[in-house]
Design a protein around this ligand. Structure first.
Ligand SMILES: Nc1ncnc2c1ncn2[C@@H]1O[C@H](COP(=O)(O)OP(=O)(O)OP(=O)(O)O)[C@@H](O)[C@H]1O
Ligand SMILES: [Mg+2]
Length: 254
């Protein structure tokens, strides 16, 4: 079976201007020759230090940023050039950032985003009920989102990310800022998405979370892959995930 995500020798440079007159340019290689594949139905993790290139990789996968070079394919299509074929079939949730309207209720937010995706009204409304149940926002569904707690907003973001029934959900730090119970609920939702046949690619800085959730993962360091595999493959026999992570990050630095 063809992988649903295929990244081969992927690179992305950012060119920024510097100096007093902003005439000089500086190139940052944010993603530097990354390769991995994700199979349908997997929870796949991307770990790594701040600035390692995780969000840049996700942005290329969700068709928002063009690769500098390399292969970047989602559902068998190039993310740059065939984005029209990809966009209806994926969705993304960026933790901590607001992607919902606070002056609307959860239900109205979901109707709005459902319409943007062109979901027919009856199917849309059925789906909204199902999603509200999944993210446990049924009771608060008709209250304005501005009255929600951070965790509720985060669950509404998840709901928004499911409105087009995506085959792949990309999540950038979905549990950031959530309390332990909220993060636990979210991990439960992510597992239920996998059980429903969806593919989830997520980033996180919480190593126990990655270990608990991910079928496979990559650890990025300065734009390059420092390790990849199942959590058990990444950890040494006597090691914790944190020991393994620190070892891998330091190995590349010396
Ligand atoms: N728009 C931009 N312009 C210039 N440089 C950028 C831009 N976005 C990111 N970078 C640089 O690219 C590198 C990778 O950033 P990226 O956001 O992908 O890292 P990350 O792994 O998501 O980090 P974090 O864990 O902090 O979210 C960093 O050096 C960052 O400064
Ligand atoms: Mg990031």
């Amino acid at each position: 079976m063809e992988p649903v995500i295929e990244v081969r020798d992927l690179r992305r440079d950012y060119v920024t201007s510097k100096g007093l007159l902003r005439r000089k340019t500086q190139t940052v290689r944010a993603v530097d020759g990354v390769s991995f594949t994700v199979e349908r139905g997997e929870i796949f993790g991307m770990l790594g230090q701040n600035g390692a290139g995780k969000t840049t990789t996700i942005k290329m996968l969700i068709t928002l940023l063009a690769p500098t070079s390399g292969v970047c394919r989602v559902l068998g299509c190039d993310t740059f050039g065939q984005e029209k074929q990809i966009r209806p079939r994926i969705n993304f949730i960026f933790g901590g950032e607001m992607g919902v309207y606070r002056r609307l209720s959860a239900r109205d937010n979901l109707k709005y985003f459902g319409n943007l995706y062109g979901v027919p009204p009856r199917l849309r409304d059925e789906r909204i009920e199902e999603i509200l149940r999944l993210v446990d926002l049924e009771e608060a569904a008709d209250r304005l989102a501005e009255t929600y707690s951070k965790g509720m907003l985060q669950r509404l973001q998840i709901a928004r990310g499911l409105i087009n029934d995506p085959e792949i959900v990309f999540m950038d730090e979905p549990t950031v800022g959530l309390d332990p119970l909220g993060a636990h609920m979210l991990r439960d939702i992510i597992r239920r998405l996998r059980d429903a046949g969806k593919t989830v690619l997520l980033t996180t800085h919480y190593l126990p979370e990655a270990e608990e959730l991910c079928d496979r993962m990559v650890i990025l360091n300065r734009g390059k892959i420092a390790a990849s595999g199942t959590p058990a493959q990444i950890r040494g026999a006597e090691e914790t995930m944190e020991d393994a992570y620190l070892r891998l990050i330091r190995e590349v630095e010396v």
